[in-house]
Design a protein around this ligand. Structure first.
Ligand SMILES: [Zn+2]
Length: 135
Protein backbone atom coordinates (compact mmCIF):
# COMPACT_ATOMS: atom_id res chain seq x y z
CA UNK A 1 0.00 0.00 0.00
CA UNK A 2 1.43 3.35 -1.04
CA UNK A 3 2.09 5.78 1.76
CA UNK A 4 0.71 9.30 1.73
CA UNK A 5 3.26 11.99 0.83
CA UNK A 6 3.71 15.00 3.08
CA UNK A 7 2.61 17.34 0.29
CA UNK A 8 -0.65 15.43 -0.22
CA UNK A 9 -1.22 15.28 3.54
CA UNK A 10 -0.87 19.06 3.83
CA UNK A 11 -2.92 19.81 0.71
CA UNK A 12 -5.76 17.63 1.98
CA UNK A 13 -5.42 18.83 5.63
CA UNK A 14 -4.50 15.49 7.15
CA UNK A 15 -2.94 14.58 10.48
CA UNK A 16 0.91 14.84 10.57
CA UNK A 17 1.27 11.57 12.47
CA UNK A 18 -0.86 9.19 10.39
CA UNK A 19 -1.69 11.37 7.33
CA UNK A 20 -5.20 9.87 7.38
CA UNK A 21 -7.38 11.71 9.87
CA UNK A 22 -8.77 15.19 9.20
CA UNK A 23 -7.27 18.11 11.15
CA UNK A 24 -10.26 20.38 10.48
CA UNK A 25 -14.00 19.98 10.52
CA UNK A 26 -16.03 22.13 8.18
CA UNK A 27 -15.15 23.28 4.70
CA UNK A 28 -12.67 25.95 3.69
CA UNK A 29 -15.24 28.45 2.36
CA UNK A 30 -18.50 26.89 3.52
CA UNK A 31 -21.13 28.36 5.80
CA UNK A 32 -20.15 25.91 8.54
CA UNK A 33 -17.03 27.56 9.90
CA UNK A 34 -13.92 25.41 9.89
CA UNK A 35 -12.63 24.39 13.30
CA UNK A 36 -9.57 22.47 14.36
CA UNK A 37 -10.52 19.04 15.65
CA UNK A 38 -9.30 18.22 19.14
CA UNK A 39 -8.00 14.79 18.17
CA UNK A 40 -7.25 12.85 15.01
CA UNK A 41 -10.14 10.55 14.13
CA UNK A 42 -7.72 7.91 12.83
CA UNK A 43 -4.79 7.73 15.27
CA UNK A 44 -6.08 9.79 18.20
CA UNK A 45 -3.24 12.33 18.19
CA UNK A 46 -4.10 15.50 20.10
CA UNK A 47 -3.51 18.38 17.68
CA UNK A 48 -3.04 21.11 20.29
CA UNK A 49 -0.02 19.38 21.78
CA UNK A 50 0.32 21.92 24.59
CA UNK A 51 -1.78 24.85 25.84
CA UNK A 52 -1.49 27.80 23.49
CA UNK A 53 0.27 25.71 20.85
CA UNK A 54 -1.59 27.30 17.96
CA UNK A 55 -0.46 30.81 18.93
CA UNK A 56 2.67 29.83 17.00
CA UNK A 57 0.53 29.61 13.87
CA UNK A 58 0.06 33.39 14.07
CA UNK A 59 3.71 33.87 13.19
CA UNK A 60 3.38 31.48 10.25
CA UNK A 61 0.22 33.28 9.15
CA UNK A 62 2.02 36.62 9.42
CA UNK A 63 4.75 35.36 7.09
CA UNK A 64 2.10 34.09 4.65
CA UNK A 65 0.29 37.45 4.66
CA UNK A 66 3.47 39.46 4.09
CA UNK A 67 4.35 37.25 1.12
CA UNK A 68 0.82 37.52 -0.27
CA UNK A 69 0.75 41.30 0.14
CA UNK A 70 4.04 41.71 -1.69
CA UNK A 71 2.95 39.36 -4.48
CA UNK A 72 -0.48 40.98 -4.90
CA UNK A 73 1.04 44.48 -4.83
CA UNK A 74 3.60 43.52 -7.47
CA UNK A 75 0.96 41.84 -9.64
CA UNK A 76 -1.28 44.90 -9.33
CA UNK A 77 1.58 47.09 -10.52
CA UNK A 78 2.47 44.76 -13.39
CA UNK A 79 -1.15 44.49 -14.56
CA UNK A 80 -2.24 48.12 -14.19
CA UNK A 81 1.06 50.02 -14.34
CA UNK A 82 -0.42 52.43 -11.79
CA UNK A 83 2.12 54.49 -9.88
CA UNK A 84 -0.05 57.38 -8.72
CA UNK A 85 -3.01 56.05 -6.69
CA UNK A 86 -2.32 54.25 -3.41
CA UNK A 87 -6.03 53.41 -3.07
CA UNK A 88 -5.82 50.89 -5.89
CA UNK A 89 -3.11 49.01 -4.01
CA UNK A 90 -4.76 49.35 -0.60
CA UNK A 91 -8.15 48.10 -1.81
CA UNK A 92 -6.69 45.29 -3.91
CA UNK A 93 -4.37 44.02 -1.18
CA UNK A 94 -6.90 44.27 1.65
CA UNK A 95 -9.62 42.62 -0.45
CA UNK A 96 -7.33 39.76 -1.46
CA UNK A 97 -6.11 39.23 2.12
CA UNK A 98 -9.72 39.13 3.35
CA UNK A 99 -10.51 36.45 0.74
CA UNK A 100 -7.38 34.47 1.65
CA UNK A 101 -8.02 34.51 5.41
CA UNK A 102 -9.57 30.99 5.61
CA UNK A 103 -6.66 29.59 3.59
CA UNK A 104 -4.10 31.34 5.81
CA UNK A 105 -5.85 30.07 8.95
CA UNK A 106 -5.85 26.48 7.75
CA UNK A 107 -2.42 26.25 6.17
CA UNK A 108 -0.58 28.16 8.88
CA UNK A 109 -1.75 25.56 11.41
CA UNK A 110 -0.90 22.71 9.04
CA UNK A 111 2.54 24.23 8.37
CA UNK A 112 3.14 24.47 12.11
CA UNK A 113 2.04 20.86 12.67
CA UNK A 114 3.94 19.35 9.75
CA UNK A 115 7.17 21.40 9.65
CA UNK A 116 7.79 23.41 12.79
CA UNK A 117 7.13 20.92 15.58
CA UNK A 118 10.05 18.49 15.84
CA UNK A 119 8.38 16.18 18.34
CA UNK A 120 5.52 15.37 15.94
CA UNK A 121 6.75 12.61 13.68
CA UNK A 122 5.18 10.66 10.83
CA UNK A 123 4.47 7.01 11.62
CA UNK A 124 4.20 5.06 8.35
CA UNK A 125 2.66 2.13 10.21
CA UNK A 126 -0.33 4.34 11.11
CA UNK A 127 -0.79 5.33 7.44
CA UNK A 128 -3.16 2.48 6.73
CA UNK A 129 -6.86 1.97 6.08
CA UNK A 130 -7.08 -0.33 9.08
CA UNK A 131 -8.77 1.15 12.11
CA UNK A 132 -6.26 1.87 14.86
CA UNK A 133 -7.95 0.78 18.06
CA UNK A 134 -5.15 0.08 20.53
CA UNK A 135 -3.30 3.40 20.50
ZN1 LIG B 1 -3.68 10.87 12.93
Amino acid sequence: MAKTSKFVAIATSKCPKCRRGDVFSGTLYGLNFQETNERCSHCGMKFEVEPGYFYGAMYVSYAFVVGEMLTIGLLTYLITGNDSSPWLYISTILGAIALLTPINYRYSRLFLLHFLTPKIKYYPDYDTDDKLSNI
